[in-house]
Unconditional design. Structure first.
Length: 340
């Protein structure tokens, strides 16, 4: 019998998890791939099926659709709306929510995507800094506020400067927190110091945007995760949060160490390609990636399967993480890594 709870025990959360953000987004969230068929077309039925699978009891509270892992740079606006509607059908079956990525290079386009996401049934928005243009902090703040003003949906800011070319500085986040619909930050630059300052001064909830730092983020007050590995270990991420909430520090550390090979292995190649390969091995929708991404080679797939077999319950991993040697990592995986 599984020891994973049906849903996260939100009644027992501490002040480290702001209630508004927990209610709006949940605590364990997967940045979902966009399933394509063999011809590279949007697979709406597969999207619905995958969202339902990811949000089943004991797994993710929500999914992000049209984010980086969803290959949003390669999908059309119409496909984005169709993906939201399909994911909503699947997630709603288990009470899960759909958070729509509305990132774009211009504010006008992000506002358009936000309005279309709201019309398509999204429960929240993920707003990344506009990429390539590298605005100053004043322009960045105006961008975030304008997108938040465009709908009545709750907003999670996404800070990932290695992809966008611009970091959202602490003072900008503090200013953005004054907007009533900006409730959270997905943080993927590892600034625990700045985040601690923001959490101490505002209502904002923080979500780890880097799976390898999930436990460290919880330790400084983060609410949860927006994960890529949640495609295959959403149940274990849910258990990690529960260990932390209930003060089971040794168990949380053991589980963190158990999952570390997967945290690394999922990003030897771009995360979307790795996640789709892992889903394919589990018989789940994913399909190919679109250029400029390429699918994993057979050699890369073999390496990833080796990691999955050590960490993913459905692939034969041991039920007790304490039985997995600390620092376990396949030797052949020492080269060719690609960061998220």
């Amino acid at each position: 019998m599984s020891m994973v709870p049906d849903r996260l025990d939100t009644d027992s959360t501490t002040a480290n998890a702001p209630n508004a953000a927990s209610a709006a987004f949940g605590r364990v969230i997967t940045a979902m791939v966009t399933p394509f068929d063999h011809a590279g077309r949007l697979d709406e039925r597969g999207t619905e099926r995958l969202a339902a699978w990811l949000t089943r009891d004991g797994w993710n509270d929500s999914v992000v659709v049209n984010g980086t892992t969803g290959e949003s740079i390669s999908t059309t606006d119409r496909e984005k709306s169709r993906a939201i509607r399909a994911a909503k059908l699947g997630a709603a079956a288990h009470g899960g929510k759909v958070i729509a990525g509305v990132g774009a290079g211009s504010t006008a386009h992000s506002i358009k995507l936000a309005k279309e996401a709201a019309s398509s049934g999204a429960d929240g928005l993920l707003v990344v800094a506009p990429y390539y243009s590298c605005p100053g902090q004043a322009g960045l703040l105006k961008h975030l506020l304008a997108v938040a003003d465009a709908t009545k949906l709750p907003v999670m800011i996404y800070d990932i400067p290695k992809r966008t070319g611009i970091a959202i500085e602490t003072e900008t986040v503090l200013a953005a927190a004054r907007h009533p619909r900006i409730l959270a930050v997905k943080e993927a630059k590892g600034d625990l110091e700045g985040a601690t300052e923001v959490m101490g001064q505002t209502h904002l909830a923080y979500y780890s945007g880097d799976d390898a730092l999930n436990l460290p983020w919880l330790s400084v007050g983060a609410t949860g995760f927006v994960s890529v590995v949640g495609h295959v270990v959403g149940d274990q991420l849910t258990q990690l949060v529960q260990h932390h909430v209930h003060g089971r520090n040794a168990e949380a550390l053991a589980l963190h160490r158990h999952l570390m090979p997967l945290f690394r292995g999922m990003f030897w190649a771009p995360g979307a390609a790795s996640a789709k390969a892992a889903l394919g091995d589990l018989g789940l929708p994913g399909g190919p990636v679109r250029l400029p991404l390429v699918d994993l080679t057979e050699g890369q797939r073999r390496e990833l399967r080796h990691v999955l077999a050590g960490t993913v319950t459905e692939m034969g991993a041991p039920a007790d993480p304490a039985r997995v040697p600390t620092g376990w990592l396949p030797a052949e995986a020492a080269v060719g890594r690609v960061g998220r």
